[in-house]
Design a protein around this ligand. Structure first.
Ligand code: ZN
Length: 93
């Protein structure tokens, strides 16, 4: 998965189907298509609890809060040595 992603910490998967997983994210119950969940996500199936990795595209579409990198930015930005910071972008509820 090459898309930009956002990490949501402390997420619980409530139930799941072959196509989607319903998660409790930032106090909201949201159905997330499996295609939008990262391979490295700790949350993949019903009963999982931990870090959920979703595409930034989906997070924006659902109005989820943006993740923040270790420098406090919500988007790609230059570092002092003029390289890019690509995150990871995390959100802790
Ligand atoms: Zn950064």
């Amino acid at each position: 998965m090459d898309d930009d992603t956002v990490i949501y910490a402390g997420v619980e998967a409530i139930r799941s189907t072959a196509l989607a997983v319903q998660c409790l994210v930032d106090s909201r119950e949201i159905w997330i298509p499996r295609s939008q969940i990262g391979d490295d996500s700790e949350v993949q199936d019903s009963g999982d609890c931990g870090e959920l990795i979703v595409t930034e595209w989906f997070a924006r579409k659902e109005g989820l809060p943006p993740g923040v990198c270790e420098h406090g930015h919500t988007n790609w930005h230059f570092l002092a040595d003029e390289t890019w910071c690509y995150g990871p972008f995390r959100y802790e509820s």
